[in-house]
Design a protein around this ligand. Sequence first.
Ligand code: WT7
Length: 633
Amino acid sequence: MRKKGTFEGDVYYPSNDVINQANVREFDKLYQMSIENRDGFWAEQANELEWYKKWDKVLDDSKKPFYKWFTGAKTNIVQNAIDRHLKTWRRNKIAIIWEGEPGDFRTFSYHALNREVCKFSNVLKSMGVRKGEIVTIYMPQIPELVIAMLACAKIGAAHSVVYGGFSVEALAERIEDANSKVLITADGGFRRGKPTNLKGIANEAIKRSPTIEVCICVKRTGEECFMENDRDFWYHDLMGLPIANAKCDTEVMDAEDMLFILYTSGTTGRPKGQVHTHGGYGVFTSTTHRMVFDIKDDDRWWCAADPGWITGHSYIVYGPLINGTTIMMYEGAPNHPYPNRWWQMIEKYGITVLYTSPTAIRGLMRFGDAWPARHDISSLRLLGSVGEPINPEAWKWYYKVIGNEKCPIMDTWWQTETGGFMITPLPITPLKPGSATKPFFGNEVAVVDDKGKEVATGEEGILVIKNPWPGMARTIYGDEKLFVDTYWKDFKKQGWYKTGDSARIDKDGYVWVIGRIDDVIKVSGYRLGTAEIESALVSHPDVSEAAAIALPHELKGNAIHSYVILIAGKAGSKELAEELKTHVANEMGPIAKPEDVIFTDSLPKTRSGKIMRRVLKARALGQDEGDLSTLED
Ligand code: WT7
């Protein structure tokens, strides 16, 4: 029996059982080495993988901030995520355990996963998909989503996955930006007992973004949906045709070739397509996954995120599959039909590591201890958290009730842009609940003022990363200037990456992330841009101007509050407020639905016309409004 960890004051120490079996048993010395010889550290990790041809150079920093990793190397992420496992006993290891919300389930060995990926790769090729083009994927959490991503990668096409919870406008915008000719979707998925209508949304989005020539649709719910002749094809029909041959060569790619783009909401209206690569991203995600979550061959790993977000890309799909891990995927809501659903599945499948978000933990905590107590979840040996700072109350519940005081919690700080964990503990690290602890190997971070001067210990400031790392986004798709301006301009002199977060570092060097300092809102751990919400509001015919801000929310971490100026002659009402909320949900997706809509005659603006959201926020919270000298009136 594994022993419990111990607390000394606020610091948690893992038990010897945890330490003695960890993949990495010593931190300080290895960290020091990784800083002194960063290239050496990453070369060593890259040597764990297979390459068609190894690199000439680990890091090429001749065109900062457009860093290149493993230049000259030839690979394909699928070479490591699937192909190399087929040559070993892992061929017959389970790659994916999947459970649908209605209770149906499927499993795929690496052999079976390869077969499906090869078949679908050939389908994509026959549909004219070529190396370098971007395929948009808009799907529920079903195995075909992973198969589609891997098939794109295998033939050298890049994928752009749009989260299945997003709606018409969000999807249309992303299809257009990526100039996708092919869209892969499904009739829908199951969420809280009801089928979602993905194909309906996809049809609307295609109307708004006419680049789509082919739409491949997986039948999941069996609900009726409109299929356009000669444009729309059923996945299963295509997979049954002779073109869906089960043999397909993996395309040889440059390490720096684009693997995928994934859109983040930012300060500008248009979402930014973060570009990730085959080589560096593969090295970074597999290394961080293996070291931080101490991955062993007998693990059953469950990252309970949606593959449509970076968490899913890096830690459901690529990192774990490269490590030959058995991954768990679940389609639906954590509390459907009852709040024991997750605990039931952990017991049923013998899950050993659970990685989720503070918002999910808070959501399940609300139903009390009795639900997990009804299940034997003692197979768990490690826990993880990501997406926003975890509040101590949720941390303690997770630790006590789910982890039985035996499982350290890996609070991992990272971003879509970073590709993988940047600040994170290892299982051996003494933990402080609410802190993501220290930078991962090869990373140096600082908390600075806007001039780049390090602030005093314990003071709040801007979180920066001082060095390049293999998983870093290479650019924003189609907008190098925006890439430079957003992340690299403010600390150009020092060459630091600006994270957009504020944080403080305590006397032990532990990093405490506080939250975003830009116009990004984190709702239930999901990232939304105020600009996108505002433009969704303004797209309603009655709205002339709008502002969106985040206010603290017990369950969601933050919730969206919006302020609206109506066009002349229109009056605010309860009904209109409801209509506007629904309108935003229809355009953007349910996660973007504002908590409330407040009608107003004016918004606080700077003289240059920028909405001062900070003033709105301070007012709403009854706080000091700060410096108002730039306010217009
Ligand atoms: C932002 C990035 C990276 C996976 C999911 C989010 C916040 C993320 C933590 C954490 C405190 C965190 C930051 C960051 N964040 N993890 N462990 N503690 N804050 O990716 O959607 O690109 O959002 O999420 O504010 O900047 P993302």
